[in-house]
Design a binder for this molecule. Structure first.
Ligand SMILES: Nc1ncnc2c1ncn2[C@@H]1O[C@H](COP(=O)(O)OP(=O)(O)O)[C@@H](O)[C@H]1O
Ligand SMILES: [Mg+2]
Length: 369
């Protein structure tokens, strides 16, 4: 089986080839191969325009990304000498181009593009896609979906842990046991602001290893003002996106702080990001169960400045990465969509209502063959 994903960072397509057996809490996962194919910068730029895209552009993107995903699926299959017709099942998250959380009486709305048809054609597999809509239709936010895998992988540890994914957005899952309800929600930004500054001011896809941020100093007043964002006051379940913590916020900050050095802006966004994660854990997780460890995954684990700051801020809670438990931190989210597709094929729900806010657990996705 293959899991396919491009996250909110829109940095590239992640493809995980896995051998799965069983379902539900009896699922066994063997990771076979993983690769990321970076998006061309022009494709990334178009995706990141999000809500400003025309219908025509969204239609084009859907088939183009479907093609890119199909090629990436074929490539990861080829890494294990598997060709057309030799993959049983593909779970494809697609690419989020718009995500609006629920607020008051207004329901959530979320759109992932990346048509499954080219993936079916290229792999010969059954493809499950569009995982978030069924949860939204059940009154949820369609996010986060990672908690199902987090509980499957870490539920057996016998102690409360926080699983932290550092994608464009950061999300946490408190895992207490294999059957216990989770607490899971988006905490705010992870890489989204850092990447935006790198793209605009360093002409780079990201601030590699957080080097530029490490040379800057934190503008505390700015950081404190960012921490006053009303999102942080909301009680979970809750989700957010680049619409709130993306380029528009960077524009606002730059308008008011035009002369702040790039390194200082990166240092400030790093500190703000770390503080928002730490406060979210202290406020919404620790009162329920004090985490014995924070287990990080996602591309943000490669940002040394971010990880060092997180370790310092969360001390004495140790911050580790998921590879300590045999899960490649870059592959974890792609593996999730193979596992969710497997649940769907077995007719089983994939959302955890306590994480998404849905009124009930529902079978996720559409099946194409
Ligand atoms: N060496 C690195 N240094 C700093 N940041 C990195 C590095 N490698 C990856 N990243 C960050 O990780 C992001 C990709 O992480 P990923 O988990 O794929 O996020 P998403 O799920 O949002 O696509 C990149 O956009 C970048 O911000
Ligand atoms: Mg990514």
């Amino acid at each position: 089986m293959i899991g396919l994903l491009s996250g909110t960072s829109a940095d590239g397509t992640d493809a995980a080839l896995v051998r799965l057996s069983g379902f539900g809490s009896a699922t066994r996962i063997e990771a076979v191969a993983f690769l990321t194919v970076p998006y061309p910068s022009s494709l990334r730029a178009r995706v990141l325009r999000g809500p400003e895209l025309s219908v025509e552009e969204v239609a084009d993107l859907s088939l183009e990304i479907g093609d890119v995903f199909a090629q990436t699926a074929a490539a990861v299959a080829a890494a294990a000498d598997l060709g057309h017709g030799e993959i049983d099942l593909v779970g494809s998250h697609g690419q989020t181009v718009f995500h609006r959380p629920r607020r008051g009486n207004r329901p959530a709305s979320t759109l992932q593009v990346g048509d499954p048809a080219p993936i079916v054609a290229r792999t010969g597999a059954v493809v499950v896609s569009d995982f978030r809509t069924a949860d939204v239709a059940a009154g949820g936010e369609g996010a986060p979906l990672a908690p199902l895998l987090d509980r499957l992988v870490f539920g057996g540890l016998g102690r409360p842990v926080v699983v932290l994914n550092l994608g464009g957005i950061a999300n946490v899952t408190l895992v207490r046991g294999p059957e216990e309800p989770v607490i899971a929600f988006d905490t705010g930004p992870a890489n989204s602001l850092l990447d935006g500054v790198a793209r605009r001011e360093l002409d780079a896809p990201h601030d590699r290893d957080g080097r530029e941020a490490a040379r800057g100093s934190v503008h505390s007043e700015l950081s404190n003002r960012l921490l006053a964002n009303p999102y942080f006051e909301l009680s979970p379940p809750k989700s957010t996106g680049r619409e709130t913590f993306g380029d528009r916020l960077i524009d606002d900050v730059r308008r008011e702080h035009a002369t702040l050095r790039t390194a200082d802006l990166l240092a400030t966004f790093t500190q703000f990001t770390v503080e928002s994660i730490a406060r979210a854990i202290e406020r919404f997780v620790s009162p329920v169960a004090r985490p014995t460890e924070v287990i990080a995954s996602g591309g943000g684990v490669h940002n040394r400045t971010l990880m060092d700051a997180l370790r310092q801020r969360l001390d004495p809670i140790p911050v580790t990465t998921s590879d300590a438990y045999g899960v490649d931190p870059d592959a974890k989210e792609a593996i999730l969509f193979a596992v969710l597709a497997n649940e769907t094929i077995h007719g089983r729900p994939g959302n955890l209502p306590e994480a998404t806010g849905a009124s009930r657990a529902v079978v996720l996705g559409r099946i194409s063959a």
